[in-house]
Design a protein around this ligand. Structure first.
Ligand code: GAP
Length: 507
């Protein structure tokens, strides 16, 4: 899995998906730039989300709020006081860690031991192996599971209570060493606020202190009544937004999984008090179905209920994806109660209530939120799509190819138009003609450099679903060869039918 991750990172750079930011200055930690294919894939992800959330729901509308907001917003939301991570330093290596992540890594090691025992037993017992029974009866597995559960519960309690002392004690009790130096000399655990701050114009001191938003959600909350009234929405309704968020993560690592500047796609669904549980279940199912529609399956997606809830939530679940470094949060679904609107109402002194004609009463609505990182969705799509396989080489043997099996809707380029030879003007001009027509319908690429086989491989590597080859016969029969990325099947199609043939398959 480590190799897979390294290969995906290398692939992203080689094929223009993602570059380290400011690379000529040796980069800036945990900051990345999206290249020509990356920006297309990222835009396609955002478009798929926007279409499914906003365009497919009459009762969900979009906004695009400013990144800078009044500083009181973050006081009201609880981020100034409670948006902290527990930080710990190793005295010997001088490296800084999140105390909860150190404990989680310790738990992941126990889980790996359990999986190793199970893999060994599966090999030993063959077809007769019953994993559930083995998990519930094998002494060693039960011992590991008990240790894991004890750590999980203790961590959840310490996080919920903000008990920094016990978090430190856990690191001592579990004999956790610095991954860098192996030293167990740790400082105390202290809270570290994740918000980046900056200064408004020339206003000095606390007065002019502004924050870069750590979530897009607050732009939605403060606009709740503006949107409800102007869009003439009735509860239940939702407001969706895509935009940048910033967090001064203590450890930002694992490529684009955890960054300090990232993008979120969030939707706040405003509901009547008492109906939030039903809507929470509704959005859990809807969001899972969205991931499944883009190729997700039971083997790479799972729900994970939060062990400790954020300061604003009464229920929360993650949709986890099996990244190359294990199952991790891809999207969060949170029942945020009426916390945010009530807080904003109190601090601003402005009523944020809705008059419900059916109930004949005014109330502060409850909110169910769906929140997903664009960059994490990008990494999950690449992880799922990245395939190394043997294919026939056309000479009776086989050769290895790297192909991105992206759903067509996400592929940066949908169709590549390839003249068989670049120095035959009849072929190139017919290929240009086809390109000029098709580009009006779908994102296309015209490519004439290198032998046709190499061009196919390059298109496979960026995930192009169809390659259209213009050859000598095309000049006589007005047909072209269309190659399918996944099946490698080649169909001969009349140029007059090409557009409908492709639309049917890409749709
Ligand atoms: N409004 C709720 C909220 O922000 P969150 O669980 O903190 O909840 C939501 O974040 C999503 O944003 C996560 O599921 C993840 O996909 C993405 N995300 C959070 N922090 C991130 C980071 N440092 N880098 C990349 N994506 C991040």
């Amino acid at each position: 899995m480590e190799d897979l991750f390294k290969n995906i990172i290398g692939h992203c750079k080689t094929y223009g998906f993602i570059f380290p930011s400011s690379e000529i200055y040796d980069g800036l930690s945990a900051t990345y730039d999206y290249g020509p294919n990356g920006v297309e894939l990222k835009n396609n992800i955002k478009q798929a989300w926007w279409k499914s959330m906003v365009q497919m729901h009459a009762n969900i509308v979009g906004i695009d709020a400013a990144i800078f907001m009044h500083p009181q917003v973050w006081k009201a939301s609880g981020h100034v006081d409670a948006f902290n991570d527990p930080l710990i330093d190793n005295k010997q290596s001088k490296k800084r860690y999140r105390a909860d992540v150190l404990v989680e890594d310790y738990m992941a090691k126990i889980e790996a031991k359990i999986n190793k025992e199970i893999a060994k037993a599966a090999k030993r017992f063959g077809d007769a192996f019953d994993e559930a029974e083995y998990r519930s009866t094998n002494g060693r597995v039960l011992g590991y599971a008990a240790k894991h559960e004890e750590a999980r519960l203790r961590l959840a309690k310490a996080m919920t209570d903000g008990d920094l002392e016990d978090m430190h004690q856990m690191i001592v009790d579990y004999e956790i060493a610095c991954p860098e130096s192996g030293s167990r000399e740790w400082t105390e655990v202290r809270q570290f606020n994740l918000m980046f701050s900056t200064q408004l114009g020339a206003v000095a001191g606390e007065e002019g202190k502004l924050y870069l938003r750590p979530e897009t959600a607050q732009g939605i909350f403060v606009n709740f009544l503006n949107v409800q009234k102007s869009a003439r929405q009735k509860i239940p309704f939702g407001i969706a937004q895509i935009g940048k968020a910033f967090r001064n993560e203590i450890i930002a690592r694992q490529f684009i999984f955890r960054m300090r500047e990232f993008e979120q796609m969030e939707m706040q669904f405003f509901v009547a008090p008492g109906t939030q549980e039903q809507w929470y279940e509704h959005w859990k199912a809807e969001r899972l179905a969205w991931h499944q529609s883009l190729g997700g399956s039971d083997t790479d997606l799972r729900f994970h209920d939060h062990d400790n809830l954020a300061h604003y939530a009464d229920a929360a679940v993650d949709i986890e994806f099996k990244f190359p470094f294990g199952f991790k949060e891809l999207e969060g679904i949170h029942s945020r109660t009426d916390f945010d609107l009530t807080q904003h109402q109190e601090l601003s002194g402005k009523k944020l209530q809705y008059f419900d004609p059916e109930r004949d009463e005014s109330y502060v609505p409850y909110v169910v939120e769906t929140s997903i990182g664009v960059d994490r969705m990008f990494l999950s799509a690449l992880t799922r799509a990245y395939t190394v396989e043997e294919v026939p080489d056309g000479k009776g043997g086989s050769s290895e190819r790297i192909v991105l099996k992206l759903p067509p809707s996400l592929a940066p380029v949908k169709v590549a138009i390839l003249p068989l030879l670049k120095n035959n003007s009849d072929l190139t001009s017919l290929a240009h003609q086809i390109y000029d027509e098709l580009k009006l319908q779908v994102p296309c690429e015209y490519e004439e450099k290198d032998a046709i086989g190499r061009r196919y491989r390059r298109q496979d590597a960026i995930g192009t679903p169809y390659c259209v080859t213009v050859d000598h016969d095309s000049l006589d029969d007005n047909s072209v060869t269309v190659r399918d990325r996944d099946s490698l099947q080649q169909d001969r199609i009349a140029i007059s039918q090409l557009s409908s043939y492709l639309q049917e398959r890409l749709g």
